[in-house]
Design a protein around this ligand. Sequence first.
Ligand code: HEM
Length: 226
Amino acid sequence: MSSFSPPLIRTTLARKAVVAVSGLVLVAFLVFHLLGNGLLLSADPQAYNRLAHDLEAWGWGFRLLEGLLAAAFLVHAGLALETVWRNRTLGGRYAGRPALTLKRLAGRSMAWTGPMLLAFLGWHLASLRFGPGIAQGYSVLVDGDRVRDLSRLVAETLQRPAVVGGYGLGLVAVGLHLGHGISSGLQTLGLGHPAWTPRLGQWSLGLAGLLVGGYGLLVAALVLGA
Ligand code: HEM
């Protein structure tokens, strides 16, 4: 970017780059979170609790990772909401109404899938991350240590149909948001190339589909196996 660029353009580009990097950090978290949650289906009933306990045992290292994740989330949501608000105030609207494809739906729905994800996450964290623990009876012995029985908490939480419906809605929001967000973020970071750009959109939808499919299958397996 030349040093003669108007400051508004430079700050807008910097803001978009920060939204892109923080968004990709969140996508990476979703991949690891899905792999970790896969242990809920393990033949070893304590595998999931052991992983959670091992992560907690990293102490400040784990707190630092959680802090970075929270910071990425707050920065991403804050800057993205501000951009939507600016566009609305400046009157940025779609000029026409071309046929609605999955790709276009994903692009247009960013403004409401974002807040929907915010609501899902608030509820998800309140019920699981900050939900009942050892003091409330969710405790089990793993390798001689008394640890939080997270797998029982997840299993009990998913017994309520309203909760399963909430996960379904949350996953629709995740899918639509990532379907557009991943390719948009990669293009912002300079990966847009005449030969790749059309494929970036397909890969973005593909990765979003894999993640949503993975989480959806996991929830279905836990509900049906309960
Ligand atoms: C099958 C679906 C899911 C299950 C069973 C699940 C389970 C859990 C559990 C048990 C925790 C608490 C971990 C702990 O206290 O150590 C947690 C934390 C979390 N989950 Fe999920 N989750 C699911 C889907 C999602 C989705 C779709 C998102 C994002 C949109 C998400 C984002 C988070 C975040 C950000 C945390 C906090 C991580 C931390 O602070 O360590 N989860 N999840």
